[in-house]
Design a binder for this molecule. Structure first.
Ligand code: PEP
Ligand code: MG
Length: 589
């Protein structure tokens, strides 16, 4: 869409979350009470929009006073004062005047401007350390919702039909399930205020090939709906009102990326062996069954991580054993003769809980998630294990346990598998008795005790997304601590090496299936540390494959030895990047 306005080009910087470029007008949504439609207005309509706002406020105040009268008749408790507080909020000059002013400044419909102002206000309230005041946000949401409803009864807005069908979505935050349900024909990319490159939302965006950036401060408030924009998922920028020169530059970048993609695709069937003959298994991570064609087409040698929670926690009831067995069997058959590693339910953290919790957890990432949930819900665990075992009759399958923090969890989980095997055997149901069983290493305690865990399992898979956050105590989804969340922190690479050493001593392989595995600037480091398998999003398989084929294992191993002696993460990153640049600089973004 050509930008016919005189707005200067502006760039907002966020964090790159999913590579790619999208060019389209912006569509803004926010959180909390439901977002109204947003559309631009002409200068001559500014006064009329202000009038609509004033009318909606008056109507809301009248309704609240009526409600308060009614309550006063019924009771004399202090609850009846609640509507009085709501009226006072509507009379608050700071909010009222700000909305009137912002209608003229932003040139957007009154309800959206009111909505945006309230979002900022609420955000400020949520940061106040006073619990009582924080709790008042519910009142503000309530009165705002009522006022927004009253706009709808206050005369039809002049809503134009945007002539563009495709948009870049700008939102305060998107949950993993919002991301799964994005209409990808119309949403070409997204930018959010919250989130980080390692959140499940970002992982899904990468899996779906949707360009995305996160951590764009005040995006919802600062970006006007329908502004023409370019979203650059490589550098983490959103460029508003791009000039013709900027557009031309991005057209060229897109052209180059296309060329690289087709060159990479031409190599995808080749073995992923380093130039000095070290074989690295390259597999794909999937969340949903519909990613299978992409995973197969990518050249991946199997599925290194199937995140089953996206099937189990799909909104409704957890599917039963038979339904799960059908889905798992389809996946196994589709990937034949390659291996599919099925991770048992990993609920909690930033994903949905396995069941509604009566109280929100104070620290969800340190709470009820991963294998802890399965061990606490034996009936649910049993259904999943039986379903996976049944699928193992159709091809090569492995079971993997998430968020293992110590030995006893592995014992208990293995016992549960054995019990299910015995049951199935008695029932005459076919399955693979030699099914490999692995532990994810994503908690420092597991990495530090890897020598104790290794004799109990058939493989390790390092979940760097979690391992990094727990090692450096920086939440993987919190943009405020994103700079601390470093895959090359000396503590992280030492834990990776320790895990690999323990695995080698016990004759079992180690994979990496966290997002670090898909970052080709770090492929030299991981291979050098001794990782034997990398599992990455299907979109990334061709690129990581080509990186592996370009590297010398001996060179990487020498570099990793040096990296392990470094005290600064930036130096470790440089060492790996130097090799990456020299070996496949053209593939780096
Ligand atoms: C990880 O933590 O690195 C991992 C692969 O698991 P998830 O991202 O699903 O937590
Ligand atoms: Mg994890």
């Amino acid at each position: 869409m050509p930008d016919e306005t005189n707005h200067p080009e502006t760039t907002l910087q966020g964090i790159p979350a999913s590579p790619g470029i999208a060019m389209a007008p912006v569509y803004v949504v926010a959180r909390g009470f439901s977002a109204p439609d947003v559309y631009p207005i002409h200068d001559e309509h500014v006064e009329a929009e202000r009038e609509r706002f004033r009318a909606a406020v008056e109507l809301t105040k009248n309704q609240l006073r009526e409600l308060q009268d009614r309550l006063d008749h019924l009771s004399h408790t202090r609850e009846s004062g609640i509507f009085e507080a709501h009226v006072m909020l509507l009379e608050d000059k700071a909010v009222y005047d700000r909305v009137l002013r912002a209608i003229g400044e932003r040139k957007q419909n009154a309800e959206f401007v009111f909505y945006a102002v309230m979002q900022t206000f609420l955000e400020a309230m949520r940061r106040i350390p006073d619990e009582y005041l924080r709790e008042r946000t519910a009142d503000i949401e309530d009165v705002s919702e009522r006022l927004l409803r009253n706009f709808r009864t206050g005369g039809a807005p002049r809503k134009p039909h945007p002539d563009e069908e495709q948009h870049i979505l700008v939102a305060y935050d998107l949950s993993p399930s919002d991301t799964v349900s994005l209409d990808r024909n119309h949403i070409l990319g997204f930018a959010t205020e919250q989130g980080s490159a390692n959140s499940h939302t970002a992982i899904l965006a990468r899996a779906f090939g949707v360009p995305a950036i996160v951590g764009v401060e005040d995006a919802v408030m600062d970006i006007t709906a329908l502004t023409p924009a370019i979203l650059d998922g490589y550098s983490g920028k959103i460029i508003l009102h791009p000039t013709d020169q900027t557009r031309a530059r991005y057209d060229k970048i897109l052209e180059e990326k296309k060329k690289i993609r087709s060159e990479l695709e031409s190599h995808r069937a080749e073995a992923t062996t380093t130039i000095d003959g070290r074989e690295i298994t390259l597999s794909a991570n999937i969340e949903l069954e519909h990613e299978l064609p992409l995973a197969r087409h990518s050249g991946a040698k199997g599925i290194g991580l199937y995140r089953t929670e996206y099937l189990l926690l799909n909104g409704g009831e957890i599917p039963g054993e038979c339904e799960q067995a059908e889905v798992y069997s389809r996946i196994v058959r589709a990937m034949k003769p390659n291996l599919v590693i099925m991770r048992t339910l990993d609920a909690g953290g930033d994903k949905l809980p396995a069941e509604p919790l009566t109280e929100p957890e104070p620290n969800p990432f340190l709470g009820w998630r991963g294998i802890r949930v399965s061990l606490a819900r034996p009936a649910m665990f049993r259904e999943q294990l039986r379903a996976i075992l049944r699928a193992s009759a159709h091809g090569k399958v492995a079971i993997m346990f998430p968020l293992v923090s110590g030995l006893s969890e592995v014992w208990r989980a293995r016992d549960a598998v054995r019990t299910c095997m015995d049951e199935l055997e008695k029932e005459g149901v076919p399955f693979d008795r030699t099914i490999p069983i692995g532990a994810m290493i994503e908690v420092p305690s597991a990495a530090l005790c890897a020598d104790l865990l290794a004799p109990e399992v058939d493989f390790f898979s390092i979940g760097t997304n979690d391992l990094i956050q727990y090692t450096v105590a920086a939440d993987r989804v919190n943009p405020h601590v994103a700079s601390l969340y470093r895959p090359t922190h000396p503590a992280v690479i030492r834990l990776i090496r320790r895990t690999i050493d323990a695995a080698c001593d016990n004759g079992i392989p180690t994979a990496v299936c966290g997002e670090m595995a898909g970052d080709i600037t770090l492929t030299p480091l991981l291979i050098g540390l001794g990782v034997e398998e990398l599992s990455v999003g299907p979109q990334l398989v061709p690129r990581v494959g080509q990186a592996i084929r370009s590297l010398s294992h001996a060179e990487c191993a020498a570099m990793a030895d040096e990296a392990l002696k470094c005290s600064r993460s930036s130096r470790i990153c440089e060492l790996s990047l130097d090799i990456a640049r020299a070996r496949y600089g053209h593939l780096l973004d």
